[in-house]
Design a binder for this molecule. Sequence first.
Ligand code: SD4
Length: 342
Amino acid sequence: MLSTQFEIDNNMSNRRNFIKNLGALSLLLGTAKLDLNAQNSKKSRATKVNKPIVLSTWDFGIEANKGAWEVLNNNGTALDAVEKGVRIVEADPNERSVGYGGRPDRDGIVTLDACIMDDKANIGSVASLENIKHPISVARKVMEDTPHVMLVGDGALQFALEKGFKKENLLTDISEKEWKEWLKDTNYKLPINIENHDTIGMIALDAHGNLSGACTTSGMAYKMHGRVGDSPIIGAGLYVDNEIGAVTATGHGEEVIRIAGSHLVVELMRQGYSPENACKEAVNRIIKLTQSRKKDLKNIQVGFIAINKQGEYGSYCIHPGFNFAVYDQTGNRLINGKSITK
Ligand code: SD4
């Protein structure tokens, strides 16, 4: 029987749909297989969890890890460990990018950003906080003693003073001197420089198998007054999901915020990526966006460190030069982060 044009069209479109559906099905099966592989590899790794373990950014992470390890090795919580660890760097005037002794903004004012997150998704954060040496502990108080998750500027200071923190001058002589020289040379222009800031981000898995993280910084040196980076922003500078893993970031905060970096890395680990590959994928996304926005990649550095529920860890950054410290049963050591550019 001769088919009508409608039947022919209909048959063809059915065939096209069938092929399309077949494609969708095989894609679906492929994804399911991928997920299954991820699940299987998760299962096979689950037996030997590497805990406790603590990771932190940059070489000052070695000292910070020692403080955290005292807590972890005594059966303490990851939350207490990360707070104790980063406080060591906050208090050190020789670390010029965190807490006391940190480089000021372009008006000569030291403003601090910090956040903390525990295994139950409790979060606390302060931004643009002045004159308080330990912003991480203020962030923890925000988390524990307020119905809010973030306080900024004067409000954060007022809260800190109410909680008994002491007001101190955080601008050391050397930071003041350098800032004055910078003013002379640059005439108040914002710096474009990848080497003028380092944040301490710390993530830990405790002996109970729980994760927490902390992140604290004086931010980009000579930034605009009031500028806030990624470090106090949950999901950008830090994220913890106690079912999956914990991640923290360092480097150009603007770029980390743009991709909700730490949250992205956690979600990639949820999909089955290893910590290292999850960090690499996030870094590549920053690179792609930098290129599509026609910005110069050479002025941008970002590094992520990540740990999963099994105590496996990894890191990736854009340019060489980033390192991080790891402390577990095999000791405390500094590791160079792998980079996209060589
Ligand atoms: C910021 N991410 O304020 C911080 C600075 C930093 O390594 O981490 N530098 O953007």
